[in-house]
Design a protein around this ligand. Structure first.
Ligand SMILES: Cc1ncc(COP(=O)(O)O)c(C=O)c1O
Length: 376
């Protein structure tokens, strides 16, 4: 176990790197052996720690690590990660110099990006490896499919730039609208065919996020880019596959106070919860400043002594309440699981997130700085 401080934490995040290793292996089973499985570790590996996660994925054979921003790539390089890194966000000029200096691969989808990278490549006298992004329907970044060939042709005229990939991103692969996703995959396939027919050498076409990796084998092309599933969560409950994924993050705390109150007692700010029976209420030091959303107030469950209990009253900045009336002998010091795993109890983050009205992605990426990370 490794902690960031000498003080034993009373509320903490446990990260099971073994679970990430297991999940990567599990996901590889969904891709053909000739399909590379990249690792998406942006946003500090969805809150799990980018450097530690990167090391696990590299050991497991991930050839490319994907981040969203230049700063995230720099953090990996500073930690001595020397694998291929793809930065999803296209660079502005200052970033292009930095990223090329760090030997990172960049996404391009506009003339401005190309100009920034060409200028950087000339300054550093290096060849930049780029991934051309096509928009098959996400609407955030990417060239219209009809412009792809002309744009790629232009890139091939620069000696200082090499096309390492052509990519896109699917907006609805985790929904029940399979028809829309199938159309978008077909659009990407036709862009690939056009590029191949033109005789342009592109070593890697990649499209699939976790949902497409799991549910759309025809979206795999040369490489897939899972993120959320590496951390043990389903991208959504509409995904049809049910892989054996282990949640890698657990949010834990301890009971610091227990009291018995009569029926009719209002609890926490605004008295949004009033006891309907004589109740035993436990207070735990976890709040929205730790990343347990205020929106969760009166909606979620936590586990104590292996039993699920309701969270009651408003979630405060540092504290929240659980109703432990039905669990005998709950005492100060007992461990409380907000999500993740404790012994045989599993509270999947995506299930807790759904109760709150958000997604597991948000729950793990928004964990507060104050919570110590304990790596298993
Ligand atoms: C371009 C791109 N590829 C892949 C992923 C991974 O998606 P997921 O976490 O749903 O697997 C993301 C994440 O949003 C992304 O932005």
């Amino acid at each position: 176990m490794e902690t960031g401080s000498q003080i034993e934490p009373i509320s903490w995040i446990e990260i099971d790197l073994g679970a990430i290793r297991h999940n990567y292996r599990e996901l590889k089973k969904y891709a053909a052996p000739n399909v590379e499985v990249f690792g998406v570790i942006k946003a500090d590996a969805y809150g799990h720690g980018a450097v530690k996660t990167a090391r696990v994925l590299v050991e497991e054979g991930a050839k490319v690590l994907c981040v969203a921003r230049a700063e995230e790539a720099a953090q990996l390089r500073e930690a001595g990660i020397c694998s291929r890194i793809l930065v999803f966000g296209p660079p502005l000029s200052g970033q292009a110099v930095a990223l090329l200096g760090l030997d990172c691969e960049m996404v391009v989808c506009a003339e401005d990006h190309v100009e920034a990278i060409v200028a950087a490549a000339r300054v550093l006298k290096k060849v930049a490896r780029v991934h051309v992004k096509i928009d098959v329907g996400m609407g955030r970044l990417g060239l219209p499919p009809s412009h792809a060939l002309e744009f790629i042709r232009k890139i091939t005229t620069f000696d200082c730039m090499k096309i390492a990939g052509v990519m896109s991103h699917l907006p609805c692969a985790d929904t029940t609208d399979r028809e829309l996703t199938s159309k978008q995959i077909a659009t990407f396939a036709s862009v690939r065919d056009t590029i191949k027919t033109a005789g342009i050498d592109v070593p890697c076409f990649h499209l699939a996020n976790s949902a497409a990796l799991l549910d759309f084998p025809e979206a795999h092309f040369d490489a897939v880019r899972p993120g959320i599933s590496l951390y043990g969560q389903l991208p959504s409950f509409e995904v049809q596959a049910r892989p054996n994924l282990i949640p890698a993050m657990s949010m834990k705390t301890r009971v610091i106070f227990v009291k018995d109150v009569p029926a009719g007692t209002g609890l926490s700010y605004g008295h949004t919860f009033v006891t309907r029976r004589p109740s035993r209420i436990a207070t735990v030091p976890l709040g929205y400043a730790d990343g347990y959303p205020r929106h969760a107030s009166n909606k979620t469950q936590m586990a104590v002594r292996g039993t699920l209990v309701p969270q009651v009253g408003r979630v405060c900045m540092d504290l929240l309440l659980i109703d432990v009336t039905d669990v005998p002998d709950v005492a100060v010091g007992d461990e409380v699981l907000a999500f993740g795993r404790s012994g045989n109890t599993v509270l999947r983050p995506e299930v807790v997130a759904q109760q709150i009205g958000t997604i597991g992605y948000e729950l793990t990426t928004r964990v507060g700085q104050r919570l110590q990370r304990v790596y298993l």
